[in-house]
Design a protein. Structure first.
Ligand code: ZN
Length: 63
């Protein structure tokens, strides 16, 4: 996914910055500890579709 494209995306819940995790193909919001899926290259920016990060994931910094 294009980094510039990600920079334009904001969390739909807190409007904070998102971090792209290439391993899980998700966009992570650190504030809410939520991960938004990317389906067929399209980020799904819906809080209903997001999953909550596990405790381990919350502690692991995403680059
Ligand atoms: Zn958020």
């Amino acid at each position: 996914m294009d980094k510039r494209q990600i920079a334009l995306l904001a969390c739909p819940v807190c409007h904070g910055k998102l971090v792209y995790d290439p391993e899980s193909m998700e966009l992570i919001c650190r504030n809410d500890a939520m991960a938004f899926p990317i389906r067929e290259g399209i980020p799904v920016m819906l809080s209903e579709e997001a999953r909550t990060l596990t405790t381990d994931e919350r502690l692991t910094p995403v680059r």
